[in-house]
Design a protein around this ligand. Structure first.
Ligand code: C2E
Ligand code: MG
Ligand code: MG
Ligand code: MG
Length: 290
């Protein structure tokens, strides 16, 4: 499906304002119904740990499995969900699915961490840490197996409250990453104060690091910055082997991108992984939900 075939907001510029308004309303109703009917699904993209030379985690990426329109991508419906105040429900569903999948993989001997993206409103919700703790304990998944990704803009929204929510999550043992690092407005002062574990450099800098010297300089400096702050550096958007080799040389900790694998449905990812690395002992500690 071409991105232009996606609903509502994606084609807004080609229709009149009136049509645009109607489309948006229709889409919002559909999104509400879609959430009720459980039409959101997750695809997972592997993260290769360069130190361990193994896939140690995956990022959960939400898609809307629309009955007529097919797979709808998050850039189309997340802004709508955010505006309509549906982000709390959406994130609850995503966390539930991701952690249940993590439990199933662990029970199968695939000890993967799962990374979930948070949105701006999630970090204003002081009930989030309690909810996360509940989902983890219901599925018997250790908190260290959950990574949460937040963008710089999100952190700027209401920095004090966001920092409290993040600190509480981190105190539980959940790992935190700054996503799309380098594209927002956050200053080094934020990095200094924030309770985060990983820097995830935006793919805009990673994609051309093998051909563009300025991108290369940014990537290398960010690895150093992350390490000097006691954080790990994750590179997203690794699209070819040359970039991967350079990232290895530059001491980057984890990589993610189309060169390794596109995001995939969970069963396909498990098959891909088994081919790449044989499973370890099953995790008998992981429980089925009550
Ligand atoms: P993100 O968190 O930065 O996720 C990475 C995006 O880059 C994904 O797009 C992924 O498919 C894409 N990508 C991965 N490797 C490559 C590569 O090598 N080259 C290129 N060109 N792209 C690559 P996707 O799945 O369309 O997600 C877009 C954004 O939507 C995500 O960016 C994230 O901000 C947001 N998102 C996705 N799922 C969720 C969710 O469950 N909750 C929230 N709040 N946001 C989500
Ligand atoms: Mg992300
Ligand atoms: Mg990103
Ligand atoms: Mg992004």
């Amino acid at each position: 499906i071409a991105k232009d075939d996606h609903i509502g907001v994606a084609v807004a510029s080609t229709v009149t304002d009136l049509d645009d308004g109607r489309r948006r309303l229709a889409t919002l109703e559909e999104l509400r119904a879609g959430l009720d009917r459980g039409e959101l699904i997750l695809h997972y993209q592997p993260q290769l740990n360069l130190t361990a030379d193994a896939v140690t985690g995956v990022e959960a990426l939400v898609r809307w499995n629309h009955p007529e329109r097919g797979l709808v991508y998050p850039d189309v419906f997340l802004p709508l969900a955010e505006r309509a105040g549906l982000m709390g429900r959406l994130t609850s569903q995503v966390l539930e699915m991701a952690i249940e999948q993590c439990r199933a993989w662990r029970a199968d001997g695939l000890k993967l961490a799962v990374a979930v993206n948070l949105s701006a409103s999630n970090l204003q919700d002081t009930a989030l840490p309690g909810y996360v703790a509940d989902v983890l304990s219901r599925h018997g998944v250790p908190s260290a197996a959950l990574h949460l990704e937040v963008t710089e803009e999100i952190l700027m929204r209401d920095a004090a409250r966001a920092t409290d929510v993040l600190a509480e999550l981190r105190a539980m043992g959940v790992r935190l990453a700054v996503d799309d690092y380098g594209t927002g407005y956050s200053s080094l002062a934020y990095l200094h104060a924030l309770p985060v574990d990983d820097l995830k450099l935006d793919r805009a800098f990673v994609a051309h690091c093998d051909t563009d010297p300025r991108s290369a300089a940014i990537v290398k400096s960010t690895v150093e910055l992350a390490h000097n702050l006691g954080m790990r550096m994750i590179a997203e958007g690794v699209e070819n082997g040359a970039a991967l080799e350079l990232l290895r040389q530059w001491d980057c900790d984890l990589v993610q991108g189309y060169h390794l694998s596109r995001p995939q449905p969970p069963d396909r990812l498990a098959a891909w992984l088994r081919q790449r690395q044989p499973p370890t002992q099953p995790d008998h500690g992981a429980r089925k939900p009550a």
